[in-house]
Design a binder for this molecule. Structure first.
Ligand code: HPA
Ligand code: ZN
Length: 364
């Protein structure tokens, strides 16, 4: 770690236990610390990394015409008051992804940015139904993403896992058909997840397809408690038998649920800038991340759909540290939680833990 990052970590230790600042701390110090922190991302939709520049480039590649005259016009349209506003634009954006090369380019752009931000391991969601419904073969989607993942491992040592998400606004039969398409690629897929419009689409709708996925050795995660209520989190645990909760903000409403999550050491993959952009919270200072962390929950920080929400991992850590006054120890704990909650193998997790410990040792 650089001398600047070491100084920053000492400076961050100037917060007392309640997050109040005891000593002077410059923005440069914090930036150096967050930059140096080895990061692990567990909640990232690859389709949500489609930056306006690439959207327009792919539109031109395929001779299409989308409603945006410029990169600025596309970015200006990214204003949301709820999850559905975002999803409408997100699915419209996927229409430019057609060939294996498109999926490779998308994934490679994300992986390059992640590496530049010192992300050492990433677990990536993809939404096959958003593509197969347009006639793009499952094989095209997964082959392009997979080629980029292999290249990132070879060139940067950046490890990854791939998680297939079922779109919860579609029916169970569609999800079962998607699982059929995925099974020939079983060795490339670590798990299944559940995303898209949460309200009115409880986890119970997908209990059977998740059971079938688990019977093939796939791990299970689900988006719950983002806009949906705490009972959806109970369903994800009891009916889908998930190993991680994606978002989980609403757990804060139910003390017995907090106890259950605590007892199970259940990771919560929280996404601060996403929550702000989608009006899940009014202000980052209201975010439940620190309160849940202080209650002993295995909270993590992630970027969700960074092209739409204004930031990748570094920007999320920076924003949430500043809003909640997170200490150095808490920032390190967030990364430790992500390593422990990842689907990486034991030796990969041990290597990541050693890397985090080496970062911390240069300070304490
Ligand atoms: N929430 C639910 N579904 C999603 C999201 C999200 O933030 N991003 C992509 N699909
Ligand atoms: Zn998400």
């Amino acid at each position: 770690m650089s001398i600047a990052a070491a100084a920053a970590l000492r400076a961050l230790s100037c917060y007392d236990d309640r997050g109040s600042l005891k000593g002077a701390l410059t923005l440069t110090d914090i930036a150096a610390f967050i930059e140096g922190l080895p990061k692990v991302e567990l909640h990232l939709h690859i389709e949500g990394t489609l930056e306006p520049e690439m959207l327009l480039a792919l539109e031109a590649r395929h001779g299409m015409s989308l409603p945006y005259a410029s990169v600025e016009a596309a970015r200006a349209a990214y204003r949301f008051t709820q999850l559905q506003d975002f999803l409408d634009l997100y699915y419209q954006g996927t229409s430019v992804l057609r060939t294996e090369q498109d999926f490779y380019d998308l994934a490679w752009a994300y992986l390059s940015r992640a590496h530049a931000q010192n992300v050492i391991h990433t677990e990536i969601f993809f939404d096959p139904q958003a593509h197969t419904a347009r006639g793009v073969p499952f094989a095209t989607v997964i082959a392009g993403i997979r080629r980029a993942l292999d290249e990132a491992a070879a060139r940067h040592g950046l490890t990854s896992r791939l998680i297939l998400c079922f779109l919860r606004h579609l029916d169970e039969t569609d999800a079962q058909r998607t699982l059929d398409m995925a099974l020939p690629y079983r060795s490339w897929i670590a798990g299944v997840g559940l995303d898209s419009s949460e309200a009115g689409h409880p986890p119970s709708k997908f209990a059977r397809v998740f059971a079938r996925a688990r019977s093939h050795g796939l791990r299970a995660v689900a988006h719950v408690g983002e806009e949906g209520p705490a009972p959806y989190i109970w369903e994800a645990l009891d009916l889908l038998k998930v190993e991680r909760i994606d978002h989980g903000n609403r757990a804060i409403d139910d003390p017995s649920l907090v106890d259950r999550l605590h007892g199970a050491r259940m990771p919560l993959t929280m996404c601060p800038l996403s929550n702000l952009k989608l009006c899940v919270i009014k202000d980052l200072r209201d975010h439940p991340l620190r309160r849940l962390l202080q209650q002993g929950l295995a909270v993590t920080v992630n970027s969700d759909d960074p092209a739409y929400f204004g930031g990748y991992m570094t920007e999320n850590f920076t924003a949430v540290q500043s809003a909640l006054g997170l200490t150095a120890a808490e920032l390190i704990q967030l990364t430790r939680n992500a390593i422990d909650g990842s689907f990486a193998g034991e030796s990969e997790r041990a290597a990541m833990t050693a890397r985090l410990a080496a970062f911390a040792r240069t300070i304490y």
